[in-house]
Design a binder for this molecule. Structure first.
Ligand code: ADP
Ligand code: NI
Length: 228
């Protein structure tokens, strides 16, 4: 099977799988991440084929599809790649990306308050950097705002509640189970993403999207107080 065919088949598989999902992951998120990741990959001299395949598959392995089972996601990605007869070496590279991409992986486990570090840029592949930056950028800016409230609405979260303060150092378990208002998510995740970018282009884009997040919050709180 040639690369073009592999990508096309994977695209169809992902569209079909995500159409059955109701957690708020959608094909258009994958579409944006794929395009952004390819753009970053081009800048970084990363392998475009690996980046495109991993970007397409990055949410298939999401723990939310598997009721918290993080391993099951990787199994599903492996099964798909094996059905395409992708080599074990390439499969490993792609699974490495789809299983390490999540913001949640950078959070400390229960009982440990100290945050885990972002993976060191010197130890991870350019391909992982491109897909991770792209996925994180899609959680920022105007699109990130739209996604946060879509997610919040789906899980019956309030928009904002001044009595529920954002958690300063959220653990992995809290991130999975939080019922806090959507605005809290800005402080628990979205505003942190700017400093977690791996690539120069990612950083540049994140800076602008971060500014927009702050602008939104400023306006939001002015309106909340009835000042505007
Ligand atoms: P990841 O698993 O890569 O950390 P998610 O799949 O949890 O990210 O998030 C999907 C989208 O929903 C993102 O835009 C994210 O910012 C948003 N989101 C995740 N958790 C919350 C939450 N508790 N409140 C509002 N938005 C959220
Ligand atoms: Ni994603």
């Amino acid at each position: 099977m040639d690369k073009q065919e592999i990508i096309k088949k994977t695209e169809t598989f992902v569209k079909e799988t995500l159409s059955k999902d109701s957690t708020g992951h959608d094909w258009w998120h994958v579409h944006r991440v794929r395009n952004l990741a390819k753009r970053i990959a081009l800048h970084e001299g990363a392998d475009i084929f690996i980046v495109e395949l991993a970007a397409l598959l990055h949410d298939i392995g999401d723990y939310k599809f598997f009721q918290g089972d993080e391993e099951a996601g990787a199994v599903k990605v492996r099964e798909w790649l094996s059905s395409l007869e992708i080599s074990p070496l390439l499969t490993d590279k792609i699974v490495e990306i789809t299983s390490q991409i999540s913001f949640m992986h950078t959070l400390p486990d229960k009982g440990k308050r100290k945050g885990k570090k972002n993976f060191s840029a010197s130890t991870i592949s350019k391909e992982l950097m491109a897909v991770t930056d792209a996925d994180r950028l899609d959680a920022m800016g105007a699109i990130g705002i739209a996604r946060a409230f879509t997610y919040g609405g789906f899980f019956n979260r309030q928009i904002y509640n001044p009595n529920i303060k954002p958690s300063k150092s959220i653990t992995k378990e809290e991130y999975k189970t939080t019922e806090a208002p959507s605005i809290n998510h800005f402080y628990e995740k979205l505003l942190k993403l700017k400093d977690m970018m791996y690539t120069p282009l990612g950083r540049k884009m994140a800076k602008r999207r971060h500014r927009f997040l702050n602008l939104f919050l400023k306006q939001f709180f002015k309106e909340w107080k009835g000042k505007m």
